[in-house]
Design a protein around this ligand. Structure first.
Ligand SMILES: Cc1ncccc1-c1cc(O)c2nc[nH]c(=O)c2c1
Ligand SMILES: [Mg+2]
Length: 214
């Protein structure tokens, strides 16, 4: 039986990255996915844009939708101030199992809570389950068709406050046209596009940063 791509990524992390060194985990995955086999991590180019927003916002409470192998969870967690939390949500159990091990290898497990299951089921439960009032920063990187419904659900569940920031990956490739139209057209958001490329390629992609105005 063959291994899966996430399993091969984890194997490379265990082979090449230094335990407890988040940056070496990030760099190892980038090297592997650029030179061995492509995978849908946010990557180094868009990752740098994400880093700058995380450093600017210094979120106490952050949500990531779409963990995959844990690349961006590790990247984000390494930048979080003490007693800040990243909650990362993954629908696919195979991805979640790999991500837990990547997050542990990087030594950031005390800053990251990984939850498994559909975002639509979890979002209405978040406040109660985690004693949250709202998220300071949300990274949308799961499935393009869920960006808009999940954003509306977070609004309805009171998980966004005036000033909460949404950062969405892949707004060009694969693209989330309904989401873009919503955040760019709504008076309740101030939206800005950061032009970049699809991870490890020359294909255009970008990140949309949208501030919720309440
Ligand atoms: C898989 C793929 N193939 C060709 C072009 C883009 C993608 C792609 C890239 C990503 O960064 C993704 N992030 C989250 N979720 C996705 O489904 C996803 C898909
Ligand atoms: Mg992505």
């Amino acid at each position: 039986y063959g291994s899966t791509r996430p399993e091969r990524i984890l194997a490379e992390v265990k082979r090449k990255a230094t335990r407890g060194d988040a940056r070496s985990v990030v760099d190892t995955i980038d090297q592997y996915c650029r030179h061995q086999e492509w995978a849908m991590n946010v990557g180094d180019e868009k990752g740098t844009i994400l880093d700058s927003i995380v450093c600017e916002v210094k979120p106490r409470a952050m949500l990531e939708l779409g963990t995959y192998c844990g690349y961006s969870a590790v990247r984000i967690a390494s930048l979080l101030p003490p007693n800040s939390r990243l909650i990362t949500m993954e629908f696919n159990p195979v991805f979640a199992a790999i991500a837990r091990q990547v997050i542990a290898w990087a030594g950031v497990e005390d800053k990251v809570v990984l939850i498994e299951g559909p975002s639509g089921d979890w979002i209405p439960k978040m406040k109660k389950e985690f004693g949250l009032t709202s998220f300071d920063l949300v990274f949308l990187d799961h499935w393009k068709d869920c960006y808009l419904p999940d954003t509306k659900l977070m609004e309805e569940c009171g998980l966004l406050r005036t000033g909460s920031i949404l950062v969405a990956d892949n707004v060009i490739c694969p693209g989330a046209p309904d989401y873009l139209e919503y955040v760019r057209g709504s008076p309740r958001y101030e939206s800005k596009y950061f032009r970049s490329h699809l991870e490890y390629t020359r294909v255009e992609d970008g990140i949309e940063k949208s501030v919720f105005l309440g």
